[in-house]
Design a binder for this molecule. Sequence first.
Ligand SMILES: [Zn+2]
Length: 287
Amino acid sequence: MGLVTMKYEMMKAIKGGYAVPAFNFFSYDNLVGIAKAAAEKKSPVIAMATMSGFKVMGEHGVVKMAEGVAADYGINLVLHMDHCTDIDMIKRCVDNGFTSVMIDSSKKEYNENVEDTCRVVEYAAKYGVTVESELGHVGGKEDDIVVDDMSVLFTDPEYALDFVKTTGIDCLAVAVGTVHGFYKAKPKLDFPRISAINKLLPNTPLVLHGGTGVPYDDFREAIRRGVRKINVGTELKVHGVFDTCVAGFNSPDAKQDPRAVSKMVINKVASICSEIIDVMGSEGKAG
Ligand SMILES: [Zn+2]
């Protein structure tokens, strides 16, 4: 038990044909809720900090928090930095004990994306830290990164093959029709594209971003076609934490005691995570 690499969990997921859920966290209660669900379901789980979360929670604090929560719940936990556009920040994550990082240079030209990703792979390799990178542009707003509708670009399978071979990344984030944030219309996933990428890269776990609001049957189909990590952030941030805090602090049950609200957040986050774990097929796959 303790912090493990994403690669470790991804290799098991490829063999087992399931996906590992990846949940964003922005606070301690948020992280505890994720760990509680993982422990109850005996599921592997990836806890993802963001660049802004890293700044708010503190770069040492966030790692110690993850180590402590993994020990308290007796679980393996992947501590991942999500969508990082700053290579110096990624290096600090690696130095401080993150077990997985995502370099996001997907908005740059292909060659620059390759160059940045190679730099991160080289640095992370010294510590055995897993690297995820994105090719194509997933739309919507993630943390402080905004991709407008006109800039969405689906991942090209041939480029994906070249990208993975050239950079040596462990996991590939693909743009196949999901968006960050809440959906304005029903999402339409490009399933043949997922299969085409998976056919060329059968040993590279594919990552689906923008999981909030995607119908569960679409998750299952994406997993059947080679997706091994699915990111869910907005649902936890808005419904799991924010709405629960607002209702909690206004509830007479809380009796002006923040611990009561913490418990509500932990339980709400855990219930959202448990439901998603069921869809991923990752229940009982921990260890
Ligand atoms: Zn994302």
